[in-house]
Design a protein around this ligand. Structure first.
Ligand code: ZN
Ligand code: ZN
Ligand code: ZN
Length: 387
């Protein structure tokens, strides 16, 4: 048997993995019509995976279920975090700067760590030199200082970014302000406790029909600053697919929408970060909280401003499915074991290929008038009157 490891008589794990990735890369290049010049003879190389990742993040997934009129997916998208997936990233704190005021992004280097190191290649080299120049204790305290600086920033993330007067009416505000606005049965895992740095999860955008539109990794904590930056990026791509006069009929659903809308950053004009015509899109679109999570919001204005029934008022002809994200997650979460054992590069390629197949399946079901198989969910929508 011939493989990239030479002639061999036995069939081993590495060969299966090599064949799997080579096939996925080949299919991806062919399906997406990507022209890529390989420098070596190996198809399964890090550079091509990086290239595929760059292409993926530059656009949304194709959405052509052709059932916009019945499922309402032309006007309704959901976003939420899926905390079951994570990958190791470089442990070096790196300050990230976005040109938006009051945005406090976690300080992480998103690169994949090199073999036998906590750090990525560009950070590993200089640290190795430092390690040699310093004594063992000095080096340890140097690293501890760096890590402590990161911890302080990520602990303060949530308070820093909220509006200054957010804590005025303390008792009523507190319920929406604290981090546990999501239902307890969501059982969010609060990160792993390992020596390596792990990403927190992925943030996913799903259309009402179940087509996945985009996803991005999230680091350190579910900070609303990160969510805002990702959402503006998503909306910019999404709004290009929707005529201007329809923007006011578009709905975005998120279980923590009230706190996202209260960010200080949104009180300032965004015309220096977004192209002309798109700087006000976040204010134009409708923002709602899904029925399942609405009962956790104690503040009265949440039930007025972000009531999911608003969607049915604007689009009475379609049935509202604000549960598409939860349904998608209960399916996608089943890949947890496989996905979490991969490094960052492989993880993104794997998820990307799984999502393409899922979107194809949803499209087929929709076009043939069948209901896609989704994992069952405990629905409390009806009990709380959000039908
Ligand atoms: Zn790094
Ligand atoms: Zn659709
Ligand atoms: Zn609320």
């Amino acid at each position: 048997m011939r493989s990239s490891f030479g002639w061999s008589t036995d069939f081993n794990r590495k060969m299966v993995s090599e064949a799997f990735w080579s096939n996925e890369i080949e299919s991806e290049l062919r399906e997406q019509k990507i022209v890529y010049g390989f420098s070596g003879r190996k198809i399964n190389c890090a550079a091509v995976k990086q290239h595929i990742e760059t292409v993926r993040t530059s656009k949304l997934y194709d959405h052509n279920c052709s059932m916009e009129s019945t499922s309402g997916c032309q006007f309704l998208d959901m976003m939420d975090g899926l905390w079951k997936f994570g990958h190791k990233h470089c442990a070096m704190p790196v300050k990230k700067i976005v040109d938006i005021r009051h945005i406090n992004l976690p300080q992480v280097c998103e690169n994949q760590p090199t073999k036998n190191s906590k750090f990525c290649l560009p950070h590993h080299g200089p640290l190795k030199n430092l390690e040699q120049a310093m004594s063992k204790e000095e080096f340890k305290s140097y690293l501890a200082q760096k890590e402590a600086a990161v911890r302080v920033v990520s602990d303060n993330l949530f308070q820093d970014e909220m509006e200054e007067n957010a804590g005025n009416a303390l008792t009523s505000e507190l319920n929406c302000n604290n981090k546990n606005v999501v239902a307890p049965w969501c059982r969010k895992r609060s990160g792993r406790k390992t020596k390596e740095s792990w990403s927190r999860g992925i943030f996913v955008y799903v259309a009402a029909c179940g087509t996945i539109l985009s996803y991005s990794p999230i680091y350190k904590s579910e900070s609303l600053s990160q969510v805002l930056v990702l959402t503006l990026e998503f909306l910019y791509k999404r709004m290009q697919l929707l005529a201007n006069h329809l923007w006011s009929k578009y709905f975005l659903c998120y279980d923590n929408m009230c706190n996202l809308c209260r960010l200080k950053a949104l009180k300032e004009p965004l015309n220096h970060v977004l192209p002309e015509g798109y700087d006000n899109m976040f204010n134009i679109i409708n923002k709602i909280v899904d029925g399942l999570h609405m009962s956790n919001h104690r503040r009265e204005d949440c039930h007025v401003l972000y009531n999911p029934n608003k969607f049915s008022d604007v689009h009475p002809e379609v049935s509202r499915n604000t549960m598409a994200a939860e349904q998608t997650f209960s399916w996608l979460g089943r890949y947890r074991k496989q996905v979490n054992s991969m490094n960052k590069t492989n993880q993104h390629l794997f998820l990307h290929r799984v999502i393409i197949r899922r979107n194809w399946y949803i499209t087929q079901c929709m076009q043939n008038g069948q209901t896609p198989v989704v994992c069952s969910l405990r629905s409390r929508e009806e009990r709380f009157g959000f039908t």
